[in-house]
Design a protein around this ligand. Structure first.
Ligand SMILES: Nc1ncnc2c1ncn2[C@@H]1O[C@H](COP(=O)(O)OP(=O)(O)OP(=O)(O)O)[C@@H](O)[C@H]1O
Ligand SMILES: [Mg+2]
Length: 289
């Protein structure tokens, strides 16, 4: 199979979760987005590019096991993981992995409405290729200046923008290539992860900085998921905060769970994905928060 050409438009809308910083919430966002879109009645395919951790693929496998064991009427995404090639030369390994990715993407883009690609927390040839296919790119960042440094270099005195971070540079390069090949850009959305409830001065300054630099660096800032225990504890069951009712768990819905559901749906709306708004309105009318 030849690698997919990013010149040809794919039938499915492709969402990539990417950030070279590890542990920023990419997989958590990818899984919640996948399940959110399933709840809206879309067909979803997920591709895990993290051949080592395979967190998204494992999350989905846990869901499959739980659903089958308890005969739950919950929807499943399609899932593929691109495993590391055992080829001797680096060149062959990269080619094999690109081919496996091409195959998964071509298959899901025919059978699904959305393809969600979860990148590892590092730069890799495969992650770069995936970014070239991103109609929407979601970059979660932790509430830390260290994480922000990959997006923007800030002045320590006045917090003004001094330059793009390494990841912003990469997105700009790939975006330019994509525009040249396909005449279409990437809708880049940066979300803040795990923001705590307490207000502090640095958090306030980070909010101001991100708001100020979004236009210059070419992303849209969106509210991400707050710091909540529930996001950390559903992995073993393959569930998300959108599945808590009727998922066979002995969990009482708390205000924090409801707030989590609300922030997941708010993020999905903020992504401006095709045909989502109307279905989201219907879902909220049928299941008010
Ligand atoms: N909103 C949240 N509240 C609490 N914990 C969270 C939240 N989002 C993510 N986490 C936890 O933070 C850790 C990192 O999240 P996740 O694995 O989604 O990040 P990642 O960017 O995919 O990491 P990697 O770069 O290693 O792939 C995990 O333990 C996850 O359960
Ligand atoms: Mg991950």
């Amino acid at each position: 199979m030849t690698p997919p050409s990013s010149r040809k438009p794919l039938p499915a809308h492709v969402v990539v979760t990417g950030n070279e910083k590890g542990g920023s919430g990419k997989t958590t966002v990818a899984m919640h987005l996948a399940v959110g879109l399933l709840h809206l009645g879309f067909r979803v395919g997920c591709i895990d590019l993290d051949s080592r951790q395979q967190s998204l693929a494992r999350y989905i496998q846990n869901r499959r096991d739980w659903i089958e064991e308890h005969r739950l009427p919950l929807a499943m995404p399609e899932s593929a993981v691109i495993t590391a090639s055992a080829a001797d030369s680096r060149q062959d390994a990269v080619r094999e992995e690109q081919e496996a990715f091409a195959q998964a993407l071509a298959g899901f883009s025919r059978s699904c409405d959305f393809v969600i690609i979860d990148c590892p927390g590092s730069d890799s040839p495969l992650a770069r290729t995936a970014h070239m296919f991103a109609d929407t790119l979601i970059t979660p960042i932790n509430d830390s200046l260290l994480d922000l440094d990959l997006i923007a270099r800030l002045d320590p005195v006045d917090w003004q923008l001094r330059g793009a971070g390494v990841y912003s540079d990469l997105v700009w390069t790939l975006r330019g290539k994509r525009r040249a090949e396909r005449r279409t850009g990437i809708d880049w959305v940066v979300t803040r992860s795990r923001v705590g409830a307490l207000a502090d001065r640095n958090k306030q300054k980070m909010t101001e900085s991100l708001n100020r630099i979004q236009q210059v660096l070419g992303f849209r800032l969106a509210e991400g998921f707050g710091e909540r225990i529930i996001y950390r504890y559903l992995f073993l069951w393959g569930l998300t905060v959108l599945d808590l009712r009727g998922a066979g768990l002995d969990i009482e819905m708390t205000r924090s769970h409801l707030a989590a559901r609300q922030e997941v749906l708010a993020l999905i709306r903020m992504l401006w994905l095709p045909n989502v708004d109307e279905r989201l309105d219907r879902l909220l009318a049928e299941n008010p928060l």
